[in-house]
Design a protein around this ligand. Sequence first.
Ligand code: PEP
Length: 251
Amino acid sequence: MTRRRIIAGNWKMNMRGDTAAALAKGLVTAVGDEPAVDVVLCPPFVYLDVVADAIAGTPIGLGAQNLYAADDGAYTGEINAGMLNDVGCRYVILGHSERRALLGETDDQISEKLHAALAGNLVPIVCVGETLDDREAGRTEKVVETQIRGSLAGLDEARAASIVVAYEPVWAIGTGKTATPEQAEEVHALIRQLLGELFTPEVAAQIRIQYGGSVKPSNAKELLGQANIDGALVGGASLKVDDFLGIVTAE
Ligand code: PEP
């Protein structure tokens, strides 16, 4: 089963509109018309429009960093899947560890968001990953399994193949510490096995699993070369054209 690699840049709460436009335009030129991988940019909500304009007519996809799982209504400050569609989003990151840790997002909420994303024709990028304490206490497997089961609750087999999972060990995010390719592959293989149990092995073989955590051009090739690593969710290195391009073109 060949899975097309997917490299997504999570710009988090960085930059202003002019920088967002410049970065997107720089990437349009750098990535070209026929990248060998799916490329996705996830700017802050308020700059989705700016980036949508910059990437219009190119193979680069647009993603949001979150959504609220409700139809239009009295939800002050929130943004739903329909609105994201409206500004050209095709993807949405869900359950990023920063949202889990800083905003107390739970697996139940992430599952609601997953269903809202799918109902709104968005591809959810569902993030899971253990903390350093979890890893040192030997709980990695258990934590990741609980997050996968909870976040994907109620997902039916027919739709499962279209989702993307991002394994992001929390201790490797923004710290410069990367999981070794072997450490990452071990968890990716475990996630794929679990997806096989939740759905079918055939469906699991189609689901793309990204690695995230201090991915940079110098470590991308080895990480992406692992059998069950199908792409990267990139934070820091997605903020510079050359660094992100180095990951997009890693072979
Ligand atoms: C992330 O935030 O998803 C991430 C992986 O960040 P970084 O690449 O900076 O570690």
